[in-house]
Design a protein around this ligand. Structure first.
Ligand SMILES: [Zn+2]
Length: 233
C-alpha cells in the first residue's frame, strides 16, 4: 500500500519515494504527495525525477486494490522498479484545489440543504443542492466572505467507528453521515462551522480561501440548484 502523505499534511509539495511497480504507463510508489482523483477533487499533476531521467505525471488515480497510480504523460520515459525518485507537485494547481475544496465546505454550511453532487477544478467549482428555493446570490456571497474573513481553523482527525459510536452527539452535528465498514473515519472540522467525513485536501484556515465569488446559479430540475463558485485571483 502507498503511504498517503497528503492525508496528514496537505501542504507537502514534494517527497522522495521508491518505485514499487510500473504498470501500463503508471507508476506505483511506496509513498506519495499526489492526491488521487476522488470526492469531486481532481487528481494531482506534477513531475518525477530519478537518476538519469525525469517525467511528467499527467494525472493521479486510484487503481485496483486501492493502489495510487501516477499516470505518466504519453511517451514519457519511466523509471524502473526499485528506483529512488523525487516527486514534485504542480503546487499552484493543487493549492487552488485546496482553496476551492475548503470554500465548498463553507458553501455547504451556508446553504443547509442536502448536497447531491459537486465538482472541483482550479478555475471553477460547483455544488448541487437538493432545494427548490431560489438562491439569493448576494446573501450567500456575503455569508461566504464573512466565513473567509473570520479565518476559522481547519483540521482533520481520524476516529475509529467505536469512538464514533461512543459519541453519538458527534454524528448528530455532522452535515454528512460517515461511511461505515472501514474501521476508521477521517473527519474534517472547520471550527464552529462544519464537521463531516472527508478525504480531500484542505487549507489550514478559511482565510486562505481568499477572494471567492458566487458565479452562475443553474436550475437543474425542480429540486436541484447548481451553485458555481470562482476564485478571483
Ligand atoms: Zn473536504
Amino acid at each position: 500500500m502507498t503511504q498517503e502523505l497528503f492525508r496528514e499534511d496537505s501542504y507537502l509539495r514534494d517527497c522522495d519515494a521508491t518505485v514499487v511497480a510500473v504498470d501500463d504507463g503508471a507508476l506505483i510508489l511506496d509513498r506519495t504527495v499526489f492526491y488521487p482523483l476522488g470526492g469531486g477533487q481532481p487528481g494531482d499533476t506534477g513531475s518525477l525525477s530519478w537518476d538519469g531521467g525525469e517525467a511528467r505525471i499527467a494525472n493521479t488515480r486510484y487503481g485496483e486494490g486501492g493502489a495510487i497510480r501516477h499516470e505518466l504523460e504519453e511517451g514519457a520515459a519511466a523509471p524502473s522498479v526499485g528506483d529512488a525518485v523525487h516527486c514534485v507537485l504542480d503546487w499552484d494547481r493543487r493549492y487552488r484545489h485546496m482553496r476551492m475544496h475548503t470554500a465548498m465546505h463553507l458553501l455547504g454550511s451556508v446553504l443547509q440543504y442536502g448536497v447531491t453532487g459537486g465538482n472541483i477544478s482550479a478555475d471553477k467549482s460547483r455544488l448541487d443542492f437538493d432545494m427548490e428555493e431560489t438562491v439569493d446570490k448576494e446573501a450567500v456571497g456575503a455569508a461566504l466572505a464573512e466565513l473567509v474573513a473570520a479565518d476559522h481553523a481547519v483540521s482533520c482527525r481520524w476516529i475509529t467507528e467505536e469512538e464514533l459510536d461512543a459519541q453519538p452527539e458527534l454524528v448528530r452535528t455532522m452535515s454528512v453521515q460517515p461511511p461505515r465498514g472501514k474501521g476508521s473515519v477521517r473527519l474534517l472540522e472547520i471550527e464552529g462551522v462544519d464537521l463531516q467525513p472527508c478525504g480531500g485536501t484542505h487549507l489550514r484556515s478559511t482565510g486562505e480561501v481568499g477572494a471567492v465569488r458566487i458565479g452562475k446559479v443553474e436550475k437543474k430540475g425542480r429540486r436541484n440548484r447548481r451553485v458555481n463558485i470562482h476564485l478571483d485571483d
